[in-house]
Ligand binder design. Structure first.
Ligand code: PLP
Length: 414
């Protein structure tokens, strides 16, 4: 109660703007994920790794737009290339352009793809990828995992999504359950593909075991079903989908992989699948994405960002030892979980491990107090680092988490 009162006192302008937004947006919201209680904080601007809200409060940005903000806000290289593109190239050209080829060939090289296509979002990339798998195999069913988030209409946190027009063709299994995968292939001879995240993101940054990935690969190969990895990790998928930071801060999605499968979109072939979209070859994204990946997110930067994330997770694990809190994840992606039974990170292998035992009040309190202390984290516990974040800012963050744990000691002991 006390934390919520301080939150309300610190954000009068956000509260006013939320009321205003209720008139034109359902619940004052256009991205369900961003709705928070008692009301959302309205952020006015970002610079580097920092954010300012409409009440003038400053935050370190630990959300990083869930990796789409990996470059930090207004990275100078991206600012320059975007300005030059507006001045010298123009925006959408309504025509094939050389920038498509340039960025496509960089993505193919970087992610080991034979062919790639652009979309406007990760959601779209997954939808088209699933269409390609169905066309290529001539089958309908798709294996997917509970807790998976493959985009707005492909969200499997609570079963088959109601907003998906395709209600019947899903085979929903437990993540990291190899036996369930084997059984599903025995019971269904019409599986077109298995789609999964190498690390379930929205599900709470839970990693797939190597054995699970191998089972999907082997069982799929035996059955003639494709493996689709939503955002590249390890393993050897037939198709992958890409998104977020690869747009260099702009709306982006892409999917690709084996040339023979991607050929279902070849407009020269009879009966090819159509895949169109006004903005999918827009010049701003093609320039910003290309510059980000070739000039900013170099191999050394990838390595140091992930090392920084691994180090932060270790430090948080030490602070959380023996409490109801723990942190899962890999590299720069992580999620703080609060469970009544004090689950440790290694005990969390799927969303359902957490679902029934989550301490939602503690999670909300953690979010309120960190926002009150000037750290922009997500209400569901997600933390995504960006490359502009300084070591000193992360030290301050760990201190704030320590302070939270000291202050609410009686609430966090198991
Ligand atoms: N797939 C995964 C694993 C995601 O995390 C997301 C976004 O959060 C998506 C797909 C959807 O991408 P977009 O929001 O660009 O549609």
């Amino acid at each position: 109660h006390d934390a919520a009162t301080r939150f309300i006192e610190r954000h009068p302008e956000s509260q006013r703007l939320h009321k205003l937004s209720l008139d034109s947006l359902p619940g004052g919201n256009t991205r369900t994920l961003l709705h928070t209680a008692p009301f959302p904080v309205f952020i006015r601007k970002g610079e580097g790794s920092e954010l300012w809200d409409e009440d003038g409060n400053k935050y370190y940005d630990l959300v990083g737009e869930l990796s789409a903000g990996l470059y930090g806000h207004s990275h100078p290289t991206l600012q320059k290339v975007l300005t030059e593109t507006i001045q010298n190239v123009g925006l959408s050209l309504g025509a094939t352009n050389i920038y498509e080829q340039r960025y496509a060939s960089l993505l193919c090289e970087r992610f080991g793809l034979e062919r790639v296509r652009f979309t406007n979002s990760g959601t779209e990339a997954n939808i088209h990828c699933l269409a390609a798998a169905r066309k290529f195999t001539g089958r309908r069913k798709i294996i997917v995992f509970r807790g998976a988030y493959h985009g707005s209409v492909l969200s499997f946190g609570n079963g088959i999504p109601e907003n998906n027009i395709d209600q019947t063709d899903w085979v929903l299994l437990q993540y990291n359950d190899s036996e369930a995968v084997r059984e599903a292939f025995m019971q269904n001879d019409d599986i077109a593909a298995v789609i999964l995240e190498g690390i379930q993101g929205a599900g709470g940054f839970i990693s797939a075991s190597l054995e699970f990935l191998r089972t999907i690969r082997e069982e799929g190969e035996k059955a003639g079903a494709l493996m689709i990895l939503d955002e590249v990790m390890t393993s050897r998928p037939d198709l992958i989908t890409l998104g977020k930071y690869l747009g260099g801060g702009l709306p982006f999605g892409a999917f690709g992989g084996r040339g023979d499968i991607m050929d279902v979109f070849n407009p020269l072939a009879p009966g090819a699948l159509a895949h169109s979209g006004t903005f999918q070859n827009n010049t701003l994204m093609l320039h910003s994405g290309y510059a980000g990946l070739s000039e900013v997110y170099t191999a050394e930067v990838v390595h140091s960002l992930n090392a920084q994330g691994d180090d932060l997770r270790l430090r948080l694990q030490r602070v959380f030892a023996g409490s109801k809190l723990c942190v899962t994840g890999q590299g720069s992606l992580m999620c703080v979980h609060a469970t009544n039974v004090g689950l440790r990170a290694e005990q969390i292998t799927c969303r359902d491990d957490v679902a029934g035992v989550e301490d939602t009040d503690l999670k909300q309190l953690f979010w309120l107090e960190l926002v009150n202390a000037g750290f922009w984290v997500q209400s569901r516990g997600t933390i995504t680092l960006n490359i502009a974040m300084s070591a000193a800012a992360l030290d301050e963050f760990v201190e704030a988490v320590e302070e939270f744990c000291r202050r609410y000691r009686s609430l966090i002991v198991v």
